[in-house]
Design a protein around this ligand. Structure first.
Ligand SMILES: NC(=O)c1ccc[n+]([C@@H]2O[C@H](COP(=O)([O-])OP(=O)(O)OC[C@H]3O[C@@H](n4cnc5c(N)ncnc54)[C@H](OP(=O)(O)O)[C@@H]3O)[C@@H](O)[C@H]2O)c1
Length: 375
C-alpha cells in the first residue's frame, strides 16, 4: 500500500481525490487536512479514517473522532501532520499562495508530489522545482492542461511549441462592456468545470490561464512566446504540442478533473475512474483568444519569469477576487487592481523563500489599498 496525504480535502480537488481513491486500489490515506470547513471534514474523517489530521482553525475539538491518533492545528500543524504521518505521496489541493509552504514541506518527506496548487510554482518559481530535483521527488502536475503536457512531452525530439486551452469562463459570450458589471452569481456559473470559487472567477478573467502559462514555463522550460493559449469551448482538448515539421499532437478527453488526479496518483499506470464514454461526435475546435477581452492573460505573459511580479500578480488577484465576491468591487476592477499592484512591485527574477513571503505580504497590502480606492 502507498501512503497518501491529502491537503485541502474539503475543497474541489480534495473531494474529487477522495472520490478517485474509492475507485483505485493500493492507496492508504494516512493524513488529511482542511481549512475551516470542519463539518464536512468531520464526515470525511469518519469515512476515510486517517490516523493523522489537521485543520487551519484552532477551535475544533477533534477528541470525538476515535480513528484519529493525532490532530494538529494551524499552518504549522499541517506541516507537523506531514512529518508525523510520513506519506509516500502528498496531493496539494490547497488554494492560493499558502500552498507553497506545504509543497515545500511535502518534498522534504514524500517521494511524489501531486501538485494541484499552481501558486506553488507561480510564487515559488524554481524553488520548488529545484527542490524536487535535489531530493529526487517526482513532481506530477494535476492541472488538466499540465497533466496533458506532462503526458505528451516524453522521449524524442523536443517540440517547437506547446499550447494549453481555456474554456473562456462564464462570460465568454458577453461583451467587454457588459462583463464589467457581472455579479458573482453570473461569474460562478462555469460552462464546463465545477471548481472552487477563486479558480472559477479566474477562468472568467483568464488570470487562471495566465497563472498556467507561468506554471508551464517553469515545469516544461519553454519561453512564454512558445506557450500558446486557445479557447476550446467544450474543454475536450486540454493541451497540445507542435513539432517543427508541423505535426500537432493533442491531449484530449472528457473534461473531468478526476482523470488527471488519478493519473498523478497512479503514474505511470492508468486506472479508469469515470464511466467509459463514446468518442464520436465530439467537436475538437480551437479558437483564438481575444486579447482585449482578457488583458490579464497578456499581463501574465509580460511578467512570466519575473518572480517578484508573479507573486504580486497572484496576491493581488487573491485579494481582488475576495473583494469581488464580497460585493466590494465590480468584476471589471479585478484586472485594474492586479495591474496596478504588479506595476508597484520591483522587478526581481529570483527570490528565496523569505523574500517570497515578504513580496507576497507587500503585494497584498498594495492590493488592499487599490481595492479601497474603488469604493
Ligand atoms: N478545482 C479544480 O478543478 C482545479 C483544477 C486545476 C487546478 N486547481 C488548483 O487546485 C487548487 C485548489 O483548488 P480548488 O478549486 O480545489 O479550491 P477550493 O475548492 O477552494 O479548496 C481549497 C482547499 O484548501 C483549503 N484551504 C484553503 N486555504 C488554506 C490554507 N491557507 N491552509 C490550508 N488549507 C487551506 C480549503 O479548506 P476549507 O474549505 O476547509 O476552508 C479547501 O479544502 C488551486 O490552486 C487551484 O488553482 C483546481
Amino acid at each position: 500500500m502507498r501512503r497518501l496525504a491529502i491537503l485541502g480535502s474539503t475543497g474541489s480537488i480534495g473531494t474529487q481525490t477522495l472520490d478517485v481513491i474509492e475507485k483505485i486500489e493500493g492507496l492508504e490515506i494516512v493524513a488529511m487536512s482542511c481549512g475551516h470547513n470542519f463539518s464536512l471534514f468531520t464526515k470525511q474523517l469518519e469515512r476515510y479514517r486517517p490516523a493523522f489530521a489537521a485543520s487551519l482553525s484552532t477551535e475544533e475539538n477533534p477528541l470525538a473522532l476515535s480513528s484519529v491518533k493525532r490532530f494538529f492545528h494551524g499552518e504549522e500543524g499541517i506541516e507537523e501532520m506531514l512529518e508525523s504521518s510520513r506519506p509516500d505521496m502528498v496531493i496539494v489541493g490547497v488554494s492560493g499562495a499558502a500552498g507553497l509552504r506545504f509543497s515545500l514541506k511535502a518534498i522534504e518527506i514524500c517521494k511524489r508530489l501531486c501538485l494541484a496548487n499552481k501558486e506553488s510554482i507561480v510564487c515559488g518559481g524554481d524553488l520548488l522545482i529545484e527542490g524536487c530535483k535535489e531530493k529526487s521527488v517526482e513532481l506530477i502536475p494535476v492541472d488538466s492542461e499540465h497533466s496533458g503536457l506532462f503526458q505528451l512531452l516524453g522521449e524524442g525530439p523536443r517540440p517547437d511549441r506547446i499550447f494549453i486551452t481555456a474554456s473562456g469562463g462564464a462570460l465568454r459570450d458577453w461583451s467587454v462592456e457588459r462583463s464589467i458589471d457581472a455579479t458573482p452569481g453570473d461569474v460562478l456559473k462555469h460552462p464546463v468545470w465545477s471548481m472552487g470559487r477563486r479558480i472559477t472567477i479566474d477562468s472568467a478573467t483568464m488570470v487562471n490561464k495566465g497563472l498556467e502559462v507561468i506554471e508551464a514555463h517553469y515545469l516544461f522550460r519553454y519561453d512564454e512566446e512558445d506557450i500558446e493559449t486557445y479557447i476550446c469551448r467544450n474543454s475536450y482538448i486540454h493541451a497540445g504540442i507542435v513539432y517543427r515539421d508541423g505535426v500537432v499532437k493533442l491531449h484530449s478527453g472528457t473534461p473531468d478533473m478526476r482523470i488527471p488526479i488519478a493519473y498523478s496518483l497512479t503514474y505511470p499506470f492508468r486506472e479508469r475512474v469515470i464511466d467509459r464514454g463514446g468518442i464520436t461526435g465530439i467537436p475538437l475546435l480551437l479558437e483564438e483568444i481575444d486579447g482585449d477581452k482578457y488583458p490579464a492573460l497578456e499581463l501574465a505573459r509580460n511578467i512570466c519569469g519575473k518572480q517578484s511580479k508573479q507573486i504580486a500578480y497572484n496576491a493581488a488577484d487573491e485579494i481582488a477576487v475576495e473583494a469581488f465576491l464580497r460585493g466590494e468591487i465590480k468584476f471589471g476592477r479585478i484586472y485594474n487592481i492586479i495591474e496596478r499592484t504588479v506595476s508597484r512591485i520591483d522587478d526581481q527574477r529570483r527570490a528565496d523563500y523569505r523574500q517570497i513571503l515578504e513580496i507576497d505580504k507587500i503585494s497584498r497590502e498594495i492590493a488592499l489599498e487599490e481595492v479601497s480606492k474603488c469604493f
